[in-house]
Ligand binder design. Structure first.
Ligand SMILES: [Zn+2]
Length: 281
């Protein structure tokens, strides 16, 4: 499931094609993804221009000349491909539609952006730009981890009252936006904190170690995504996932890079947690 760095990488790949582009036509190959498309979706896009392409947590936000914002969420398997003429450095011509191509945006520039989503957990929505922060998607969302609002103080305030394990608290988008299973595991490993520890007991000394590691692990992944994007997009125009070597995620049974103990896996809130029980306390 794409987390903040993957979504940011997709955004960076699409921005040169979509920013300033005018929708010529919008083709929907079905009526819904995870949710139905908004009413008059085609009509509200066609003929209108994308002013800017942003991101909030794991959502991409395209500001339109109409004042509305097109919200795009990749779900678990969503990916975008860029085709057509004048698509800049993401030029690609696959020679035909693929299975699970659900949405096709054709722009006046000649660029074609296709949304493909095999499992259809992704979705698109249109909301009024001046009510974006109050929209159902963002109203209760916590600070952007790479923004100024994510201070150590704000992080402590969120952790103090929480009796859930810290790993589960990090997945709560109210605590901090955009973190999923992978980066929660990685940030806890890097700061030497047990995923089982109560969030309230992380507040204070441990939070002071965890807070900068959350920021660093995300920033490093965005940099890695950017370089993958250059190789990847140049070759096949696909924007979605990039494989990345993690220090602890999906490494059950392997030796801990810090202390050589065996990496363990644990179920927390229905999700797999990977950690080292010897050096994460
Ligand atoms: Zn270890």
């Amino acid at each position: 499931m794409p987390e903040l760095p993957e979504v940011e990488t997709v955004r960076q790949g699409l921005a040169p094609v979509m920013e300033g582009a005018v929708f010529e036509s919008v083709l929907l190959n079905r009526r819904n993804l995870r949710f139905p498309f908004p009413r008059n979706f085609k009509k509200r896009l066609e003929g209108n221009k994308i002013i800017s392409l942003g991101r909030r947590g794991k959502y991409m936000t395209a500001r339109l000349s109409t004042g509305e914002v097109l919200i795009m969420h990749l779900g678990m398997t969503g990916r975008f491909t860029v085709h057509g003429q004048n698509a800049g450095r993401f030029y690609h011509d696959s020679g035909g539609a693929e299975k699970h191509d659900h949405v096709v945006f054709t722009f006046k520039s000649g660029a074609v952006v296709v949304y493909n989503d095999a499992r259809r957990f992704g979705f698109m929505d249109l909301v009024s730009g001046d009510k974006l922060d109050q929209s159902k998607h963002f109203a209760s969302m916590g600070p952007e981890p790479l923004g100024q609002a994510f201070t150590l103080e704000a992080f402590n305030t969120q952790l103090k009252p929480r009796s859930t394990p810290i790993k589960t608290a990090l997945l709560d988008q109210k605590v901090v936006a955009g973190i999923g299973n992978i980066y929660a595991c990685e940030a806890l490993f890097r700061s030497g904190i047990s995923p089982r520890r109560k969030a309230s007991s992380v507040a204070g000394v441990r939070a002071a170690r965890l807070h900068p590691e959350i920021i660093k692990v995300l920033e490093e992944a965005i940099v890695a995504g950017g370089s993958t994007l250059r190789d990847f997009a140049a070759s096949d125009g696909a924007l979605g996932y990039f494989q990345h070597r993690f220090q602890v995620y999906d490494r059950e049974g392997e030796a801990c890079q810090r202390c050589q103990a065996s990496i363990k896996r644990l179920e927390q809130a229905g999700r797999s947690t990977f950690f080292c029980s010897a050096c994460q306390r």
